[in-house]
Design a protein around this ligand. Structure first.
Ligand SMILES: Cc1cc2nc3c(=O)[nH]c(=O)nc-3n(C[C@H](O)[C@H](O)[C@H](O)COP(=O)(O)O)c2cc1C
Length: 403
C-alpha cells in the first residue's frame, strides 16, 4: 500500500481506487468528501438528517471531512451551521459519527472560525465579529442572513494581542471535543478568507504586533493553533487546510507561493518536533469558486496554479490532498502522476451520494443544484438519487436543475 511521500511520484498504475496509508489510517481509495457547509444544523446542533447525509456518502475505508464546524459561539457566519463547543453538540455529533463508522468510513471534523466573515446577528449579544483586522470585507462581498437574504459585511473588531491565546485555546478545546464525539481526526480550516486566512494574508493583516506584518508574524496564529491541537490530540489526527492563492472574501496575498511555502516549512518543522507527521495537508486550488462567479482580483494562469500546487506538494513532507474543480479524469491524473495523494470532491459529492461507486464504473453523474446548497431541509440534501434509484442519467430528475 502506498503512503506518505514527499511528492516522490506515485507508484506505477496508481488510480483513485488504489489504497492509501494516511499515517495510521488505511484508506481503501482516494476520493475524499470535501468539507461543505450545508446549513442543516438546527440552532447549531447536528441533526438526524445530517447523520443520514454523511452516512449516504460513506464507503468502507473512505474519508469524509465534515462541514465547517464552529469552535466557539463567535465562530459562525452562516445560518444553521453546527458547533463543537457544547455538550449537546458533542452528543449530537456522536450520532453522526456513529452512522459514518457503521458504514466503515473515517470522518474528520473541520474546525472553523469565520472571523470577520460574520455578522452581528450571528454573534453573542449582537457584538461585532472578531478578526485580525478592523477592516470589513469589501462591499463586493455579501453575507447570507438567517432570513435567506444577502447583506453587506459589517465592520469587525480587531482582536487585541492578549485575546489571541483565548482563540487559540478555543481551537484546542474544539479538537478535544471532536475526538470525544468519536471523530477520527480534525481539520483546521486555514483557507478561503476565514479567520486563520485573515491572519495569513498580507492584503488583510496590517497588525503591528507579533501577529502581523512580516511572514513570520502572519504565520504565527496558524502555527500556534496547530501546536495547541497537536499537543492535545497528537499530530497524526490533524489535517490542515490552506488556500494561499484563493482571494475569496478579499483574502489576497501579494505572494501566494511564498506564503504557501512558509506554511509548509512550519508544518514540516512542527512534524519534526512532534516526532510524527500530520494526517495531511489539504490545499484548495483557485480554479474553484463556490458561488459560480469569478473571484476578485488575481486569477493566476493555469500554469501558475499548477506550479503552486506542485511546489507545495513536493515541499510538504507528508500526505497531500488537492481540491478544486476536480473531475474523475483530473483526479485520476493527479494521483496517477503523484501530484496528489488524495483528492477531495465537493459539489460532485453534493449531488452524487454514491460518487465513489459512480467513479468506479465511470457512470453518469447527477447535476447539483446550487440553490439548495445553503437551504435547511432535505431537498437537495439527502434526496439526490443513488445509481440503483434510476437517477444516474445526466441531468435526470426534477432536482437536477442546470447550474
Ligand atoms: C456548498 C459549499 C460549501 C462549502 N463549505 C466549505 C466549508 O465549510 N469548508 C471548506 O473548507 N470548504 C468549503 N467549501 C469548498 C469545498 O470544500 C471544495 O474545496 C470546493 O467546493 C471545490 O471543490 P469542488 O470543485 O469539487 O466542489 C464549500 C463548497 C461548497 C460548494
Amino acid at each position: 500500500m502506498a503512503g506518505e511521500g514527499r511528492g516522490s511520484g506515485a507508484a506505477e498504475g496508481t488510480t483513485l481506487f488504489s489504497p492509501y496509508k494516511m499515517g495510521k489510517f488505511s484508506l481503501s481509495h482516494r476520493v475524499v468528501l470535501a468539507p461543505m457547509t450545508r446549513c442543516r444544523a438546527l440552532n447549531g446542533i447536528p441533526t438526524a438528517m445530517m447523520a443520514e447525509y454523511y452516512s449516504q456518502r460513506s464507503t468502507p475505508g473512505g474519508l469524509l471531512i465534515s462541514e465547517g464546524t464552529s469552535i466557539d459561539p463567535t465562530g459562525p457566519g452562516f445560518p444553521q451551521v453546527p458547533g463543537i463547543y457544547s455538550e449537546e453538540q458533542v452528543d449530537a455529533w456522536r450520532k453522526v459519527v456513529d452512522a459514518v463508522h457503521a458504514k466503515g468510513s473515517f470522518i474528520f471534523c473541520q474546525l472553523w472560525h469565520v472571523g470577520r466573515a460574520s455578522h452581528n446577528v450571528y454573534q453573542p449579544g449582537g457584538a461585532a465579529p472578531i478578526s485580525s483586522t478592523s477592516k470589513p470585507v469589501s462591499k463586493r462581498g455579501r453575507i447570507l442572513m438567517p432570513d435567506g437574504t444577502w447583506a453587506p459585511y459589517p465592520t469587525p473588531r480587531q482582536l487585541q494581542t492578549s485575546e489571541i491565546p483565548l482563540v487559540v485555546d478555543s481551537y484546542r478545546k474544539a479538537a478535544v471535543n471532536a475526538i470525544r464525539a468519536g471523530f477520527d481526526g480534525i481539520e483546521i480550516h486555514g483557507a478561503h478568507g476565514y479567520l486563520i486566512d485573515q491572519f495569513l494574508k498580507d492584503g488583510i493583516n496590517y497588525r503591528t504586533d507579533n501577529y502581523g506584518g512580516n511572514l513570520e508574524n502572519r504565520c504565527r496564529f496558524l502555527t500556534e493553533v496547530v501546536q495547541a491541537v497537536v499537543s492535545a490530540i497528537g499530530a497524526n489526527r490533524l489535517g490542515v487546510r490552506i488556500s494561499p492563492a484563493i482571494d475569496h472574501l478579499d483574502a489576497i496575498d501579494s505572494d501566494p507561493l511564498k506564503l504557501g511555502l512558509a506554511v509548509v516549512e512550519r508544518l514540516n518543522s512542527l512534524q519534526r518536533q512532534a516526532g510524527s507527521k500530520l494526517a495531511y495537508l489539504h490545499v484548495t486550488q483557485p480554479r474553484y469558486t463556490a458561488y459560480g462567479q469569478a473571484e476578485s482580483g488575481r486569477p493566476g494562469s493555469e500554469e501558475e496554479e499548477a506550479e503552486l500546487m506542485r511546489t507545495l506538494r513536493t515541499s510538504y513532507d507528508g500526505t497531500f490532498m488537492a481540491s478544486g474543480a476536480y473531475t474523475r479524469e483530473l483526479g485520476m491524473a493527479a494521483v496517477g502522476s503523484g501530484d496528489a495523494d488524495l483528492v477531495s470532491y465537493g459539489r460532485l459529492f453534493v449531488s452524487n451520494p454514491d460518487l465513489v461507486a459512480r467513479f468506479k464504473v465511470n457512470a453518469a453523474l447527477n447535476k447539483y443544484n446550487r440553490r439548495s446548497f445553503y437551504t435547511h431541509d432535505a431537498v437537495g440534501y439527502t434526496d439526490y438519487p443513488f445509481m440503483e434509484g434510476g437517477g444516474a442519467e445526466e441531468g435526470g430528475g426534477p432536482l437536477m436543475a442546470r447550474l
